[in-house]
Design a protein around this ligand. Sequence first.
Ligand code: IMP
Ligand code: MG
Length: 178
Amino acid sequence: MRIHDKIFQPYISADLLQKRVGELAQKVAADLGDIRPIFVGILNGSFMFVSDFLKQYPYACELSFIKLSSYSGIESTEHVRSLIGMDENPEGRTVIILEDIVDTGNTLETIYHIFEEKKVADLKIATLFYKPESFKKNLKIDYVGFEIPNKFILGYGLDYDGLGRNLPEIYQLKTDTN
Ligand code: IMP
Ligand code: MG
């Protein structure tokens, strides 16, 4: 499949995504017990993950979204900006970040900084995808859906220069080695 100038091939099916997201929701629910969390989705990439995760989360919970940005094209940049903040006061609450993908960790570092100031009772990170080869930070990631190699992916909320978010499955950039 061609998106802009690049060729992508199927990588993770819609069924497998649903199954894994359901497992993550059950795991978080089991760990939290009767604590009512605020889930915080990181826009735009996490919108499908957040939607499917919350549908499979069995207990009472709240939801907010924040928007940050570090990507331009297929390159991660050092500068992560906060574009939209959250209205809810998370002080004293358990906040679970729902992130689409942790790559270099720049975005995650910004998230930690934002929430350190807010005196949350507990901050946990759940990411659907994690690229360990690319991760450069010493920051805790509590829940990982899929560990993946350092290759660009799109679909299921993730884009390449604005395209591909609507795809219900994940595609991987086709390179000379695959
Ligand atoms: P980081 O700040 O380098 O960890 O990048 C995190 C953000 O970059 C994610 O929330 C995504 O929006 C974007 N990103 C990182 N890797 C990919 C990818 O393979 N495909 C699409 N977007 C990505
Ligand atoms: Mg993102």
